[in-house]
Design a protein around this ligand. Structure first.
Ligand SMILES: Cc1cc2nc3c(=O)[nH]c(=O)nc-3n(C[C@H](O)[C@H](O)[C@H](O)COP(=O)(O)O)c2cc1C
Length: 496
């Protein structure tokens, strides 16, 4: 039997709540209090079609996994379904015009150009989620600026006719020493989501790290890989360890080659821009005693399952459930790198989560400069692979990190922005630009292969000077949003 829109629309309250997703009705009444994003957002779509809101945030297998089959009510005649009222958004027409008028892809000459185009073409909520960072966004800016405080000491008169930018990471040969790091909610930027990144990673022979909170399902992202393409898994550890164990074992079975456990997010940072972009409906009249704050943006809405009790004591358990190499993602001090070596993990990512967690956490590259001499002194530098991420926008940044001893660097936002602004072609061009920059800059500092990069090629004397100066490039000057203050109601006279 096909349900009519009229029938569905009767179930529009907390007492009986149905929603339509992809042409099918679901009874979510009992699920309301459990929804990680809070119940208000569901109630906004009660009795209506919720597909557009649901799609970017939930992998397609979500309903099968979390909603009992008895609540799957079957097909709906979509011609009769009430469309959720589009909120009036005076900015939307302007945005669509900007999408139309955006620069040609060939006019993007570096990764920052993609960031600038995305800022002006993405929907406000999506831009808010991708670009936001913790508190005053000091660490966000520092991540990028720290690279500006490292200068080269180039060699001359080296035969640099042939340049080889390839290297290995966790045993995998890659063409360029970066990987696509895990970033959640790919469908906020592009209707196909993370698989766009999978395809580009394959083309350039680099690794993609699959996020726990991807918009596509894990299997869709694995299925999008071709041949011997390597993918890693990023894990947010669930309070329910049985769920975590299932995910990890499934990833290993599907051929994932490493497990990156995120260790810098016992609670998600306050990302005020994301909150202000109001991902969920703060103004809803529905009140409830729920503990999840539904007015805090996309980040909060998706993360309430993460276990704040995760600790060093859990590492042996992870080692017992998988043979994949384990890498701790989000290490922020040399002492913890040493502890990671002791714990017997295979790697660390020095990272502050793109400035989205603890504001005033140091940049990864600064921690790297402190860490590697200690590891070398203790002869531990070959026991563990050290990666960095955060603020990497130029191949010179990659080269600096490699000179200081990083195995590879993770790049997050730039590929999201390239994908959001230009889809597959955008990510392809972003990676191609990095490849060309990499080759040219290796030539200009006098190195023909990655193994020749060494600390003697960089001057880090100024790295520790945390002076907040005037931004010196387009990211600081044109792309990063100034911090904003609460919005005022529009003046009454504006309605005249
Ligand atoms: C929109 C967005 C979503 C992210 N989602 C995750 C995530 O789900 N898990 C995680 O471990 N890190 C996540 N990160 C952090 C990235 O893996 C990485 O540490 C950071 O983006 C690096 O900084 P960059 O964006 O300047 O390259 C996210 C970052 C962004 C920007």
């Amino acid at each position: 039997m096909v349900l009519s829109g009229v029938e569905v629309s009767k179930h529009d309250s907390k007492e009986t709540c149905w929603v339509v997703i992809h042409g099918k009705a679901f009874d979510v009444t009992e699920f309301l209090p459990e929804h990680p994003g809070g119940m208000n957002i569901i109630l906004k779509y009660a009795g209506k079609d919720a597909t557009a809101e649901f799609e970017p945030i939930h992998p397609p297998d979500t309903l099968d996994k979390y909603l009992d089959k008895s609540k799957h009510l079957g097909l709906v005649d979509m011609n009769t379904v009430v469309k959720a009222e589009e909120e009036e958004d005076p900015e939307e027409a302007d945005r669509l015009q900007r999408v139309e008028d955006k620069p040609l892809l060939s006019q993007c000459y570096n990764l920052m150009d993609f960031e600038a185009v995305a800022k002006n073409t993405m929907k406000r909520g999506a831009w808010g989620y991708y670009s936001s960072a913790a508190d005053d966004e000091i660490t966000l800016r520092e991540n990028h600026e720290a690279y500006h405080r490292i200068w080269f000491r180039p060699k001359i008169l080296v035969d640099v006719k042939e340049i080889d930018t390839s290297t290995t990471m966790l045993g995998t040969k890659v063409d360029i020493p970066f990987y696509v790091t895990a970033t959640a909610l790919g469908k906020l930027g592009h209707p196909e989501g993370e698989v766009v990144l999978t395809r580009a990673a394959r083309k350039h022979n680099v690794v993609q790290m699959i996020p726990t909170l991807a918009s596509c399902s894990f299997d869709e992202i694995m299925d999008a890989a071709k041949g011997d393409q390597v993918q890693w898994m990023q894990l947010y550890v669930n309070q329910d360890r049985a769920i975590t164990e299932r995910l990890v074992k499934h990833a290993e079975k599907r051929g994932c080659k490493a497990l990156f456990i995120t260790v810098d997010a016992p609670q998600l940072g306050r990302r005020e821009k994301d909150m202000r972009a109001k991902f969920t409906d703060q103004g809803s009249s529905v009140q409830s005693g729920q503990t999840t704050d539904t007015s805090q943006g996309a980040a909060r809405a998706i993360s309430s399952f993460i276990d704040p009790a995760l600790s060093w004591k859990d590492i042996p358990w992870f080692q017992s459930i998988t043979k994949m190499p384990i890498i701790l993602k989000g290490v922020q001090r040399v002492e913890d790198v040493l502890r990671a070596v002791d714990a017997g993990v295979q790697g660390v990512v020095l990272s502050n989560h793109g400035g989205r967690q603890l504001d005033f956490a140091p940049s990864a590259v600064e921690v790297l400069a402190e860490t590697m001499p200690v590891l070398r002194n203790l002869r531990l530098d070959r026991k563990i692979e050290v990666f960095v991420d955060g603020g990497v926008r130029r191949a010179t940044d990659i080269i600096k990190a490699l000179c200081l001893g990083a195995r590879g660097v993770g790049i997050g936002r730039p590929f999201l922005y390239a994908m959001s602004a230009y889809g597959d072609e955008g990510v392809d061009r972003a990676m191609q630009l990095l490849r060309e920059e990499m080759e040219m800059n290796m030539r200009l500092i006098g190195c023909t292969s990655v193994d020749q990069l060494n600390p003697g090629l960089v001057d880090v004397r100024n790295l520790g000077a945390h002076v907040t100066g005037v931004p010196t490039d387009n990211l600081g000057r044109k792309v990063y949003d100034p911090l904003v203050t609460p919005a005022w109601k529009p003046p009454k006279s504006s309605k005249l």
